[in-house]
Design a protein around this ligand. Structure first.
Ligand SMILES: *Cc1c(COP(=O)(O)O)cnc(C)c1O
Length: 440
């Protein structure tokens, strides 16, 4: 008879409510319209009590419905949320790997509009794409440089340029699965290049390589086992020996993207050392230990780099202006968050953990943090954390910004090594809210 569902306002009526004007401006009309439609559909289905008013039912319900929709609108039309990385893993793949420095963030925002990525503003003519970013990388690596979408794309391009319709030689000890089920040998096989596996899981000798190399061999590939350790009776052949003896180019996938040796990570390979040892080409990711945007770095002999850049596939793998801007700022600007995290001391981290625990409850514990993301496997970084009962983990993940810790032995550890000190205040306020709700 007097079913309030009949008097539901129209979508346009709700959209016209002033309370939604700001949301429409920041999120777009279609985005907000979708939310209004969903809210109306829920009411029609009886999911919630429809808002009514005795005086002007349709008007009032439009206003209160609009208010409810406005309340639930996100701040931006993207679902990606900010996360405080309290996992104790500095380069966390599921959290987007390296966080960008402020300089890199500013650079990519500046480049977001029309920008001179492929234009010489002095002459008004076309210029090589991302010239300055590539030059910065070349200078830092002391070699020719090219940049593609990611490390995997760099491997694909190297296969097409250096081993078309041929083979490459790869040790069985370096047949790496890089994550999410993707494997380097399968990636290479997908390019149509044949892989000649040599040696065994634990040991590969120079003679294994030499027996496998033939006239169709494009290169010997060395892959850094970046996410696991082989200990005991194990060994491979160094880049220097292969470069002298193999008679074909040596391509080295170092994984993490260190351009030079790192004082705290003595076992992590770096580009300059690999090139000095005789590698023709070094491949690395931009968003691991380099601390920059997702990118695949190709570093090596200028003539070879030129061939890589001119291959038709290079066009399909090329990076956008945002990547180039962020990469250049990472290379030339202040140390990125990954470098800052690596430099933190346990003493410092304990101090911060004490201040947080005092404000919120929780215990301070020492932890072993990790580089993560395919870098420095087995390296324990001395760190400290605030320990809480595990039951708070889900609520902290649901908070804005989300707080992601790690659960160990029934405890939730909020490890501070990868947390910027400027995020401590956000962490404290999240903890106050969540621990307050959860009782003592
Ligand atoms: C991470 C990694 C890759 C893959 O690089 P992406 O940038 O993720 O495509 C390849 N090889 C090694 C050794 C790695 O560690």
């Amino acid at each position: 008879m007097n079913d309030p569902r009949r008097s539901l306002p129209s979508v346009d009526r709700v959209l016209g409510e002033p309370v939604l004007a700001r949301g429409i401006e920041t999120l777009g009309r279609n985005f907000v319209k979708d939310r209004v439609r969903t809210a109306l559909a829920e009411l029609r289905a009886g999911a919630g009590a429809p808002p009514t008013s005795s005086r002007a039912p349709s008007d009032a319900s439009a206003a209160s419905l609009a208010a409810a929709v406005a309340d639930a609108l996100p701040p931006a039309p993207t679902s990606l949320r900010e996360v405080i990385n309290a996992t104790g893993i500095i380069v966390h793949t599921n959290l987007g790997r390296a966080p960008l420095s402020e300089a890199a963030q500013a650079a990519l925002i500046r480049a977001a509009g029309a920008t001179d990525v492929e234009l010489d503003l002095d002459t008004g003519r076309r210029s090589p794409r991302g010239e300055a970013a590539i030059a910065a990388l070349a200078t830092a690596a002391g070699a020719g440089a090219h940049v593609v979408n990611n490390g995997a794309a760099a491997i694909v391009l190297a296969c097409h340029v250096l081993a078309p319709a041929g083979n490459i030689v790869l040790s069985r000890g370096e047949m790496v699965e890089i994550g999410d089920g993707f494997r380097i040998p399968e990636l290479i096989a997908a390019t149509g290049v044949e892989i000649r596996e040599v040696g065994t899981t634990n040991r590969t000798h120079l003679r294994d390589y030499l027996e496998a190399i033939d006239a169709r061999t494009g290169f010997v590939l060395k892959v850094h086992p970046s996410n696991f350790l082989v200990e005991g009776f194990a060994g491979g052949v160094g880049i220097d020996v292969l470069a002298q003896e193999a008679g074909v180019p040596i391509v080295v996938d170092i994984g993490s993207g260190l351009l030079g040796p790192h004082p705290f990570l003595p076992d992590e390979p770096d580009a300059r050392t690999a090139l000095r040892q005789g590698a023709s080409l070094v491949i690395a990711s931009g968003d691991k230990l380099l601390g920059g945007p997702q990118a695949g770095l190709l570093l090596g002999e200028p003539e070879l780099i030129h061939r890589l850049r001119r291959h038709p596939l290079a066009r399909a793998l090329r990076v956008d202006k945002l990547t180039l801007a962020a990469l250049e700022a990472t290379l030339l600007g202040p140390p990125p968050p990954v470098a800052a995290a690596l430099a933190r001391t346990r003493e410092d981290l304990r101090g911060r953990a004490h201040r947080i625990a005092e404000a919120t409850g929780g215990r301070v514990v020492d932890t072993d943090a990790a580089v993560g993301g395919g870098g420095a496997p087995g390296v324990c970084l001395p760190s400290a954390a605030v320990a809480l009962p595990e039951r708070y983990a889900a609520a902290l993940r649901a908070h804005h910004p989300a707080v992601m810790g790690r659960v160990l032995d029934g405890q939730l550890l909020l490890d501070l090594i990868a947390v910027d000190p400027r995020e401590d205040a956000d962490l404290i306020s999240a903890l106050k809210i969540i621990l307050g709700e959860g009782g003592p």
